[in-house]
Design a binder for this molecule. Structure first.
Ligand SMILES: [Fe+2]
Ligand SMILES: [Fe+2]
Length: 375
């Protein structure tokens, strides 16, 4: 039987205080391992803009390098649903049915514990450990105390300091700090257009403005969120001129398929989805998906994804032979326009001897059916 500690957190970003809590918990309660559980969509933080879970999880992994008994877990990050502690504990109980679970929380969380989702059920599944970072004042009739030292650090203060350009090296593991700095996390970006201009070549920047305008026009026609269309259209190519983009893909753990590796011009879409989160702080998953799928598309596309895909090929700066025809379709039948966009890209890629992504054929098959069903 093992004693497994679980330290849940937003980890936005993970800092040395979190590591200290885990080290003390492990030492004082003789834990065999500690799992750092990065939260996905915390129910109590719904109104805040939180850095995407995948990026937070990457930082947790970097922070835990060298600690053999500490593990990063992205189970909550990969779930679409809200993350309640009880769900996660039931998940771990399933994986470790014969082991003892210790759920580690801070003093603040202990005070609110009764307001958590089904606190009695939680208590049945695990021992609660509470970290006392103050003066030994924490008392509880159900939680066991981890005696700790006071440490003067919180993720929100670290974020504020980074945005002001202040030194935060004493609060963060070195690998986390370098990841934050090279990917420009937690910067306030009041003007996306201004920043984008510094990232792109002039012709790519003016194409981006064209895609933004076309996306906004189409969003108005089809009743899509105009603000989201504006941001996704503007940022869709943000990674297009990124130097060392393969390095960047590795750093941000972008998974590429075979066709993308054969045709690197496609990669900027998936990479751009990640860099939009980092460089611009975009956390809206619909915007991120519209950026991610703007080159290869997919059969199940949201309205915003279709709009950005079509806007990319029909913005006013495009001059290829069929563009006028597709532009006209775009304003009356978005599916038909999307089908024609894909057909036209396939034709161009075939002519240039470039590999065709299987998504293109799937989209054509799927959308042909959709178009034919329409009256
Ligand atoms: Fe693109
Ligand atoms: Fe583009």
């Amino acid at each position: 039987m093992c004693k497994i500690g679980i330290l849940g957190g937003t980890f936005n970003p993970i800092h040395l205080g979190h590591i200290k809590i885990a080290l003390e918990a492990k030492k004082q309660y003789d834990l065999d391992k500690v799992i750092f559980l990065t939260s996905g969509n915390p129910p109590h933080k719904q109104n805040q803009t939180i850095l995407d879970g995948k990026i937070r999880h990457i930082m947790v992994k970097r922070a835990l390098k060298g600690y053999n008994d500490f593990f990063a877990c992205d189970w909550e990050v990969n779930r679409k649903e809200y993350s309640y502690t009880l769900d996660s504990l039931m998940h771990f109980k399933e994986i470790y049915p014969n082991d003892e679970l210790y759920f580690i929380i801070g003093g603040d969380s202990l005070r609110d514990f009764d307001k958590w989702h089904k606190p009695l059920e939680i208590k049945k599944l695990c021992t609660i450990l509470v970290y006392d970072r103050d003066d030994g004042s924490i008392e509880s009739d159900f939680a066991k105390v981890i005696k700790g030292e006071k440490f003067d650090v919180s993720s929100s203060r670290i974020r504020e300091k980074i945005a002001k350009g202040e030194d935060v090296s004493k609060y963060l593991p070195a690998e986390v700090l370098s990841f934050i700095l090279r990917n420009h996390l937690y910067q306030n970006v009041p003007d996306f257009e201004k920043k984008l201009k510094t990232m792109l070549k002039p012709e790519r920047f003016s194409h981006s403005l064209g895609v933004r305008d076309m996306a906004v026009e189409l969003a108005k026609i089809y009743g899509c969120d105009v603000k989201k269309a504006e941001i996704a259209g503007l940022l869709h190519d943000n990674a297009k001129n990124m130097p060392d983009f393969m390095e960047k893909c590795k750093d941000l753990e972008v998974e590429l398929d075979e066709i993308e590796l054969q045709n690197p011009a496609l990669i900027h879409a998936k990479l751009g989805a990640e860099t939009a989160k980092c460089e611009f702080g975009v956390s809206d998953s619909e915007i991120i998906d519209a950026i991610r799928w703007h080159t290869i598309g997919r059969t199940e596309m949201s309205l915003l994804e279709k709009i950005v895909f079509v806007a990319d090929l029909t913005e006013m700066g495009r001059t290829f032979p069929d563009v006028k025809m597709i532009r006209n379709y775009a304003k009356i039948d978005l599916d038909k326009a999307l089908y024609e966009c894909v057909k036209s890209s396939v034709r161009v890629n075939k002519k240039d001897n470039k590999p065709i992504h299987p998504n293109a054929y799937n989209i054509m098959k799927e959308f042909e059916k959709k178009i034919n069903k329409k009256p």
